[in-house]
Design a binder for this molecule. Structure first.
Ligand SMILES: Nc1ncnc2c1ncn2[C@@H]1O[C@H](COP(=O)(O)OP(=O)(O)OP(=O)(O)O)[C@@H](O)[C@H]1O
Ligand SMILES: [Mg+2]
Length: 261
């Protein structure tokens, strides 16, 4: 459903700061795939998402979504069918607006000037209750009052209230404490499964990368150097991944964040 064919992107081309962030990446994602993506800092993971979401247009190569060539499609058009979450819980929702207003905007059923219908309010309440974060009784409160975990759960709900063709999660639990991060991961699993979403998730937690979803990619210097699924993946341990990385890149993985988590 998502195809990247020989996609490359270089920042600051022709200057001293030239950086090839995406280097000839070819990736074919099937409908319903839940793919975890790992790699050291600066490997190109977020840039890959930026290229898929249209934040940056590729230098070369093509991107297809459901066989439609979206290589040059603007970001705000792609965002209608591509949902995205970032590490920072402050992104993705409007702090001065209430939970209800944020949801109404995300659902496309109202917002600043329109009253939310009773049916929508009921639907939001039900869905909020499913998050199990105590938000269903706080629908009139501004989002700015919520904790990071509550806010990330709400953003996840907003990004999926009209199920997107593709959900991009960029370390969306990295800023949360471990217990809250676990809770948001559980919610993610449920929402992806319930809506049969196609999802790409960047994480620095190698263990959860192997446990979640059906396929794991490792990026290095703008390339996908490991791509495992099925039996090959289910037999892999974090140590195997580290060894594989060393064999392929010739370097030891020195990312403390990855090793410690
Ligand atoms: N807007 C930009 N302008 C210039 N260089 C950039 C830009 N965005 C990213 N880069 C560079 O491209 C490379 C890949 O960055 P990217 O953010 O994709 O890495 P990442 O794998 O997401 O790393 P992290 O784990 O730290 O989030 C890095 O060298 C980074 O400095
Ligand atoms: Mg990143």
């Amino acid at each position: 459903m998502l195809k990247l064919n020989h996609v490359s992107l270089t920042f600051n081309q022709g200057t001293q700061d030239e950086k090839k962030a995406i280097d000839d990446v070819t990736l074919h994602v099937k409908k319903g795939d839940f793919i975890s993506i790992i790699g050291a800092n600066g490997a190109g993971k977020s840039t890959l998402f930026n290229v898929i979401a249209g934040t940056f247009i590729t230098d070369s190569g093509n991107i297809y979504l459901d066989d439609k060539d979206i290589t040059l499609t603007e970001e705000h058009i792609r965002s209608r069918v591509i949902g995205r979450l970032f590490q920072d819980p402050m992104k993705g929702s409007a702090p001065g607006m209430s939970i209800e207003e944020n949801l109404a905007l995300a659902a496309g059923s109202g917002g600043w000037f329109q009253r939310t219908s009773k049916a929508d309010r009921e639907r939001f309440r039900e869905k909020l209750a499913e998050l199990n974060m105590g938000l269903e009784d706080r629908m009139r409160q501004p989002v700015g009052l919520l904790s990071g975990g509550q806010r990330q759960a709400l953003t996840l709900m907003m990004a999926t209230i009209n199920p997107p063709k593709l959900l991009l999660l960029d370390e969306h639990t990295a800023a949360l404490d471990p217990a809250t991060a676990d809770k948001v991961i559980e919610l993610t699993k449920k929402i992806v499964a319930d809506n049969k979403l196609t999802c790409l998730m960047i994480t620095h937690n190698m263990q959860s990368a192997l446990e979640l979803g059906n396929r794991t990619l490792m990026m290095d210097h703008g390339r996908i150097i490991i791509d495992v699924e099925g039996n090959e993946r289910s037999g892999l341990t974090v140590d195997d991944l580290l060894t594989k990385f060393k064999d392929l890149s010739g370097e030891k993985l020195t990312n403390d964040r990855m090793l410690l988590s």
